[in-house]
Every structure is written in C-alpha cells, then in structure tokens.
Write a protein that binds this ligand. Structure first.
Ligand SMILES: [Mg+2]
Length: 228
C-alpha cells in the first residue's frame, strides 16, 4: 500500500517536473555546461514492444513459460547478496543456473539474453537528434547508466541504434559497483572527467526522478528530468 502511494507520487512528480527535449530551459542548461551526461534506457533508447523491462524475459525463451519468473527471482536473489551497489548479468545467471556447472552453457544463455535485448532496442528519435546537436556544438558528452549489463554491451546497443560514441565515455553501474541512485557513479564521472570542484558545469539528462534528477543535484550537478 505504502509502496503504491510512493510510486504514485513519483509518477505525479515526474509528470510535473519532466520536460521533453524541445523545452527552452534545456537549451539554457546545455549552454551553461561543459559536460553533458545522458541516461540510456527510456531516454536515448526505447525497448520496442515492451510494456515493462521484465517483458523482455518472455522473448528470451518463448517456449518456456517459467523462464520469466525464474529470471526475476534470480535477479532478486543476486541483489540480496549484493556487496557493491549494483550487480552484473553474470551474477544473475549464476543464480539462474545454480546447478549448471558448464561455463559454456551459462555464457550461451547470457548471450541469448543480450541478443534479445539488442533486438528490441531502438533509438528514441528526439533523443538521437538532441544528442547529435549537443555533439555538434562541441560539448563533451558522456553516458551514465544504472544497469547490470556491461559497458561493451551498452556501447553495442547504442551504436546499433545509430549513436556515434566517438570520444564518448560510457559509465555503467555494474562495472563500478556504484550507482547513479546513490550519486556515487556521478562522483566517479566527475573524477574521471576531471570535473571535481566544477560540478555545476556538468548536466545529466534522464527519465528517472531519483536516479537522474535528484541524485545528481545532491552533489551539486545540474539535471534535467526527461518525460516523453
Ligand atoms: Mg532511464
């Protein structure tokens, strides 16, 4: 009940505070920033035909009606044992195939999830246009994602969807064991981009109220909540 209320409040706040890429305030924010950071899922990338992210699991093994619930449960278990702030796909699949000792088979199972993921990902057209404009005016662009997939996979998804990542650094929570949600992945971005002490010149754009809008602000960065 409480969770439902929280979710509702988050949806209402996102509608109130969220804007699309044509909003004039965004032009101003970009002009006043040196580094522009983008979220990936539901910002740069849309998963076509999926109502919720977990609907992807229905497509991985269409003939196995138990796979979706087992995959969700495996992720929950992997998160329970978490020592860092985020998990890797490998850790989910270790839970999923506990009795499976053959490394090769786990690799193949993971490869199937990744190729299914790739097949549903599309560029968000207005985001792609905005991303290209920001690059054209010479701003430094980075990508910051809370995701269990690894960096090469995220890069592959983006490149496949038409994003030019030349000179773009990609920061993924699974690789650092740090998330946007806690602001710690943003701290990593600031450090690696040489922007410590210049947080106000770094803008992050994304669709999640907590991870993309509030967390960067907590450490002095600017943020823009995207709502399609
Ligand atoms: Mg997102």
């Amino acid at each position: 009940m409480i969770k439902t209320l929280k979710t509702r409040i988050r949806i209402i706040l996102t509608k109130l505070l969220g804007k699309d890429f044509s909003n004039p305030s965004l032009t101003r924010l970009v002009r006043d920033s040196q580094v522009i950071s983008f979220d990936v899922f539901d910002t740069l990338i849309i998963r076509s035909g999926l109502k919720t992210p977990s609907d992807l699991f229905d497509l991985i093994h269409p003939d196995d009606s138990t796979f979706k619930s087992r995959r969700i449960e495996a992720e929950r278990k992997a998160r329970e044992q978490l020592s860092l702030e985020d998990i890797k796909l490998e850790e989910i699949y270790k839970e999923l195939y506990e009795d499976l000792r053959e490394r090769q088979e786990v690799q193949e199972a993971m490869a199937l999830e990744i190729s299914t993921e790739l097949s549903v990902c599309r560029a968000n057209p207005e985001a792609l246009e905005f991303f290209n404009t920001v690059r054209k005016v010479g701003k430094r662009v980075v990508i910051t994602s809370d995701m269990y997939l690894n960096r090469p996979t995220i890069e592959n998804i983006l490149t496949n969807c038409g994003y030019d990542l030349t000179g773009v650094n990609v920061y993924v929570s699974s690789e650092y064991g740090k998330t946007k949600r806690t602001s710690n992945l943003f701290r990593e971005v600031l450090r690696e981009e040489g922007m410590e002490g210049r947080e106000g010149e770094v803008l992050h754009i994304g669709d999640n109220l907590i991870a993309d809008y509030i967390s960067p602000r907590k450490i002095g960065m600017k943020s823009f909540l995207y709502n399609r």
